[in-house]
Design a protein. Structure first.
Length: 170
């Protein structure tokens, strides 16, 4: 995350908008009892646009914000989002010329990995997350919804990240 006037403000606006939608709108949207995870999507897209460092910072911030609203162990979501944001940044740098389809596919895979990572961390902390009979449905629905929403969120993250305003995804 480079220092540029308005840089922090733009990221704050993107993360705040996602938080407001996650807390205010997403609980009203349920697919087979599963709610989308917009802040995970923002962490992944931040990594893809800004690289591993930006993905880790935005992922950690999004995770802490989610942890404020979730019951359970504080920091689990922050750790999972930090790692998946960093991983998305590494993946984004490895792709030379990302097309829209490739970007959406990376978001879908990273969303599935992020959800499974959260469940794995929960299992390590004795929360029985991996034995949840709905885990496959949760992973699939979160990955599918995040894949569908990837392009507008990638555009918002490109707006927030300086130096990426001219980069276009085909």
């Amino acid at each position: 995350m480079a220092a540029e006037p308005g840089h922090l403000l733009r990221w704050t606006l993107v993360v705040s908008a996602a938080l407001v939608l996650q807390v205010g709108l997403v609980p009203q949207v349920s697919i087979a009892g599963v709610h989308p995870d917009l802040l995970l999507l923002v962490a992944i897209c931040a990594g893809m646009v800004g690289g591993p460092g930006t993905g880790a910072v935005v992922g950690f911030t999004c995770g802490v914000l989610v942890d404020l609203f979730l019951p359970g162990r504080f920091g689990m979501t922050a750790l999972a989002y930090l790692l998946v944001g960093y991983g998305a940044g590494v993946a984004g740098e490895a792709i030379a010329r990302p097309s829209r389809w490739i970007s959406c596919a990376v978001v879908g895979v990273a969303s599935a990995v992020g959800t499974l990572l959260y469940a794995t961390i929960g299992q390590l902390l004795a929360q029985r997350s991996l034995t949840d009979p709905n885990l496959v449905a949760i992973v699939g629905i979160v990955a599918a919804v995040n894949t569908v929403l990837a392009l507008p969120v990638l555009a918002a993250c490109r707006w927030a990240e300086p130096g990426h305003l001219t980069v276009k995804v085909r």
